[in-house]
Design a protein around this ligand. Sequence first.
Ligand code: FES
Length: 327
Amino acid sequence: MQQIKPAWRDGYFRAKVVSVKKLSMDMLEVTLTPEMSWPMHIAGQHIALTIEVNGRLTTRVFTIASGANTHQRGKRIRLVTKVKAQGALTPYLHTCVPNQWVNISAPMGEFVWPKTEKPLLMIAGGSGITPFIAMLDDAINNGKVNKKSVHLLYFAKPDEHVLLNELTAFSERCENFTYDVLTRQKDGDVEAHLNNFANAHWLVCGPHAMFKQVESYARKSNTSVSSEHFAALPVVSHTSLTESETFSLVHNGQSLAIDNQQTLLSQLQQAEQPVTYGCGMGICHQCQCVKKRGVVRDTRTGELSDSAEQLIQLCVSQAVTDVEIQL
Ligand code: FES
């Protein structure tokens, strides 16, 4: 199949790279044309993107930073991401070239334009601006922002705000949309800016600390809030690397108690869970699945995975934290 359709993978969609562009020192814009069968996204949703890094398929999740109307008109979607120097995928995104095929998942996620009559307050931290750009792209094109006021508080480090020209264009096209470009250093914490918006529905997307501040303020002021935040990373304890420990393995909505001594494959088999496998020694890739969260150890090399979404082989993976997989 790969010879007829390069980068074909069961359960994933293919997308062709249109361009990869640097937006700032460490922000990249990747434009893709998904294959025709890719389901239309709702602005605010994200996808898993898989590319090959040093011969290994590596998957990460990115919010789509363009609206569904942009996809309908131009057959393109756009990802905007921060390049993390130590990351497993983002430092390699610049190696993608036009017309190269990559894999993407179906769109996922519930963080979308809310069904409410209230005005909206969008609160973005760093790369958390991306779902709001997508939502505004659709809402302004569909006339939704003419019916209610929408204000955006956009926090980032000094000189790290991106897509400001698009925010300016949105506000010029629609007088009900306004925004503030803020830094904590100059403008203080997010809490200092929430006072005037108690009657609005709040949407927050950004680092966990920002989300906690907004959530606690919303509770005190009895304000409704929807959120998408970058979760705190699970911590690998020293004992989980040296001594026997028990963790939970969540797969397809079920939870299983597992240990850190046996592979995920053998424990799934013992629990009589339906799982596909072949060689049992890391060669055939038939046991490959998506790890959604948690850290695993490769039994061949002792190498620890990071905690983000990626492909793993069940027959050579042991848990060192709680783990969630998609079988
Ligand atoms: S069963 Fe063959 S790689 Fe895991």
